[in-house]
Design a protein around this ligand. Structure first.
Ligand code: DHB
Ligand code: FE
Length: 280
């Protein structure tokens, strides 16, 4: 049977992708950020996952204000890299895992989460930057990807608790997939940041570090954080952190923390990263 072996969370700042693509990762500004992913790259190379579920948000790239799915599951065989205004990132194409994705669709929808199913979709920095952070610059990504988009762009996004419970439904879906597969789930976005208006540039390291602690040790507490609290404590774009709850819900209640990294700044955000393994 398939199993979720681990969860990984990380920010997905577009400038991180630019740094990778333009060979800037060794520069003073970027070096400490990328140094925190060296252990992660080694860890994931050792894990050799057969598939990765990437929980991320589309930034008005594949979807616009004309169509706003709360949860959209990618069932396609491949996903083109989006041009977000300065050309598509020079990264390998993203290969899908339709068999697993359709099984997830059936299991999760019959579990009463009404997903939107997507058969054609371009993927933006929300999905490609986490792949770059974990895999660097390979000729091909090492395994297929099942994208799961969460609306955090247009109010109202789903609650943290709904995201956490979706993670549990993902866990049931993967556990019931009749194929030996080692699956890792990524939760992306965050940490504290605000890109607009009076509080643009806001960073709240105290909140971010408390959130990382909750991911490791108290997932229900993280899942109970309200929209207003995210907004107040982590800025308007800090709401991206609700997606980490999806990842966390797909893991055991007790997990083993493998690695953690926190760095400020990357563009306008605090970058957070954590790797949690299910205890076998
Ligand atoms: C930035 C961060 C994001 O999460 C994003 O989606 C776009 C921009 C930034 O800090 O520049
Ligand atoms: Fe974002």
């Amino acid at each position: 049977m398939a199993e979720i072996i681990a969860g990984v969370a990380m920010s997905h700042v577009p400038a991180i992708g630019v740094a990778v693509d333009q060979g800037l990762t060794g520069e003073d500004y970027w070096k400490p950020l990328f140094a925190g992913f060296e252990k992660s790259k080694q860890w994931i190379a050792d894990q050799k996952p057969d598939a990765i579920i990437v929980v991320y948000n589309d930034h008005a790239t594949a979807f616009s204000l004309e169509l706003i799915p709360t949860f959209a599951l990618g069932c396609a065989a491949n996903y083109e890299i989006a041009d977000e205004g300065w050309g598509a990132r020079p990264v390998p194409p993203v290969i899908g895992e339709p068999e697993l994705a359709w099984h997830m669709a059936q299991s999760i929808i019959l579990d009463e989460f009404d997903l939107t199913l997507v058969n054609k979709m371009e993927v933006d920095h929300g999905l490609t930057v986490p792949l770059s952070l974990m895999f660097g610059q390979p000729d091909a990504w090492p395994c297929p990807v099942v994208p799961l988009c969460v609306n955090v762009v247009q109010y109202p996004p789903p609650t943290g608790n709904r995201c956490y419970n979706l993670g549990k439904a993902i866990r049931r879906a993967v556990d019931s997939f009749d194929k030996d597969m080692r699956v890792i789930i990524f939760g992306t976005g965050g940490m504290s940041h605000q890109l607009q208006a009076e509080r643009a540039g806001l960073i709240n390291s105290e909140f971010d570090n408390r959130f990382l602690d909750m991911m490791a040790n108290d997932p229900e507490k993280a899942a109970a954080i309200s929209h207003v609290e995210y907004l107040r404590e982590s800025g308007s774009e800090g709401i991206e952190m609700v997606m980490w709850n999806v990842m966390r819900g797909a893991l055991d209640h007790e997990v083993k923390e493998i690695h953690r990294h926190y760095h400020v700044p990357a563009s306008n955000t605090a970058v957070g990263h954590i790797i949690l393994e299910n205890i076998k």
